[in-house]
Design a binder for this molecule. Structure first.
Ligand SMILES: Cc1ncc(C[n+]2csc(CCOP(=O)(O)OP(=O)(O)O)c2C)c(N)n1
Ligand code: SF4
Length: 307
């Protein structure tokens, strides 16, 4: 990975405005707000431009000429986000001012509708950091399923619970051999901030993924968002990993695969009640995923080989 391409400017303490300003319109307890705040803490003096496709985050910006984002922001159509970011990053390079261009997109915009331009930008190794805040639904339009929605979750168009499993986006990005791909947890801020800084300072295409509880769509208590992510990490449901050049995978937070944590994770969200999905039913998929991750990291534990 290349050296940092940052410029002198305000430090984290002296930034004129935070990345996410107070008084924005996000729901209370929104996980995307938590992810943005963590991201903002990592930015420090770096000069940033945001590119945001249609999503709750586009609404976060607020009506022009005001904005809740503390950096220049371009709102785009779903399909164009990575292409618009490509253009901006090339202009930034011509200007030589060290601006880092960041796509900030939901799972619908990433896993589904923006996938073509995302894949194309990754394949061309554009100098873009793409961050997917994953609330596992189309939140802004009332909570429809996306291909990030996990099996068993009720959404407005899968009221009995989604039958299909969640798409493994990190594996798809790793298959593009991108410079850096990682998942971060809003319950593990040190690891998250380290990853954001690493991704901001690298060049070429980089991808970050953040599980972002949506109390409105998940039918969960707004105060429990960070705890829900902690439970997802503990139970192995949300692996916190990083992958360099699509090859070297490192597990950053070891789960204890607690069945109790998984049961609690499910019971604290009403979206899982109707389908009646259980920890027992999810366990084989979690074990399979971890066998794949261990194989990719070159570390296969004997107990898991049998699972
Ligand atoms: C091509 C297109 N289809 C549908 C819409 C309507 N739309 C706007 S935001 C949105 C949901 C976005 O979901 P996601 O990307 O997961 O972000 P979230 O709203 O959950 O933050 C949809 C379907 C649109 N703007 N453009
Ligand atoms: S609907 Fe969900 S993702 Fe959208 S602002 Fe509200 S809590 Fe956040």
């Amino acid at each position: 990975m290349s050296e940092p391409s940052t410029v002198a400017g305000p430090s984290a303490e002296t930034r004129p405005t935070p990345l996410l300003r107070p008084g924005n319109s996000n729901c209370g307890g929104c996980g995307m707000s938590s992810a943005l705040q963590l991201f903002g803490r990592a930015v420090e003096h770096r000069r940033l431009q945001l590119v945001v496709p249609a999503s709750c985050a586009a609404v976060t910006a607020g009506p022009f000429p005001t904005t809740s984002f503390g950096v220049p922001t371009v709102l785009t159509t779903f399909g164009a986000a990575a292409a618009v970011a490509t253009g901006l990053s090339r202009v930034a390079r011509l200007n030589g001012d060290g601006t880092r261009v960041v796509c900030w997109a939901g799972d619908g915009g990433t896993y589904d509708i923006g996938m073509a331009s995302l894949s194309a930008a990754a394949e061309r190794d554009e100098d873009v950091l793409y961050v997917c805040y994953d609330n596992e639904i189309y939140g802004n339009t009332g909570g429809q399923r996306s291909s990030a929605t996990p099996a068993g979750a009720s959404t407005t168009n899968t009221p009995a619970g989604k039958p299909e499993e969640k798409k493994d986006l990190l594996a798809i990005m790793a298959a593009h051999r991108v410079r850096y791909a990682a998942s971060f947890s809003i319950a593990h801020p040190q690891d998250a901030i380290r990853k954001v800084r690493r991704a901001l300072d690298a060049t070429g295409f980089r991808f970050l993924h953040a599980l972002s509880p949506c109390p409105t769509g998940w039918k969960s208590e707004p105060a429990l968002g960070i705890e829900l992510v902690r439970l997802a990490v503990r139970s192995g449901l949300y692996p916190v990993v990083e992958i360099v050049e699509g090859r070297k995978l490192v597990v950053n937070v070891e789960p204890d695969f607690s069945r109790e944590a998984l049961e609690l994770y499910l019971s604290l969200q009403q979206r899982f009640q109707r389908s009646g999905i259980t920890a027992e039913r999810l366990a084989p998929a979690i074990a399979r995923r971890w066998r794949e991750l261990r194989a990719a990291s070159g570390r296969i534990l004997p107990a898991e080989r049998e699972a």
